[in-house]
Design a protein around this ligand. Sequence first.
Ligand code: ADP
Ligand code: MG
Length: 320
Amino acid sequence: MASEFDLIARHFTWPSPGALLAVGDDAALLSPAAGAALAVSTDLLVEGTHFLAGTDPRRLGHKCLAVNLSDLAAMGARPRWFTLGLSLPAVDEAWLAAFAAGMRALAQAHGIELVGGDTTRGPLTIAITVIGEVPAGEALRRDGAQAGDEVWVSGELGEAACALLALQGRAGSRAAVFARGRERLEAPRPRVALGLALRGVASAAIDVSDGLCADLGHVLERSGVGARVRVDDLPRSDALAGCRDDPAVRAAVLGGGDDYELCFTAPASRHDRVLAAGAAAGVRVSAVGEIVAGRELVLLDGHGAVVRPPRAGYEHFSDG
Ligand code: ADP
Ligand code: MG
């Protein structure tokens, strides 16, 4: 790509006072705080798989970083640095400026600095590696849930998956209601502040990227426990609360992707501390179930009857 260096200089060379050396050399030089463990995570977003072709570039820039920040949030790590791998079909200056602006605004909001990357020609693909810091031993891991813990969810679930149905023309008569979640789908807000507030409080955590059942399932598997979740207590947005019995909404709440909320566990004795953490972070937190012995995830309705889990993710939703 002839103008690769110009392109990096114009769009991706931002102030990075928190790095010893950032964009421009063969490698960045980073110095973690004393006693900090580094939390490192990569997420790859491919056009057509992870986002729709034609997605607004500002929102796309935001989302690519947001999904990575969400992983740091789920570890209770403070965001510090990231690298950006970009494969672009062509150099479109206006597109790049908007993409960079969306990413930069979110980066500034979370105090994370772009310190390097790679740029090449190819199908539109964005690979970000984030690096965060967490005091050694305090990270929120997937393997810490214990029988008796409560299961919690932040924010609301299902909106992003319903918005995707609307954008794909698969929402039928509910298109207008579902479309209200478009901003949640395209510009998710990573729960970084909540993750930090849950250090020392939560026993395990994961971010909900593939749907609650799948992601809570990872916690159960890693922790060697089961869970009982009260489906009617799962938090929904006001828009979706009106469609309580709609099977597509129920499937989106239980199994839809792209919510980027946190699902976490904490000893029941810390119930009030979890509420305080949510209040401190300005995020709604809902107790939705409990960890039990065994290996199974059991979903219960309001009468205590067992509900069958959704068969799979959002792509299998039936039309309305
Ligand atoms: P090299 O050939 O040594 O890999 P590059 O020419 O790929 O170096 O990159 C030059 C500098 O620009 C490096 O510091 C690299 O980290 C940075 N860089 C390249 N692409 C990006 C990008 N998309 N965002 C941020 N920094 C980038
Ligand atoms: Mg390179």
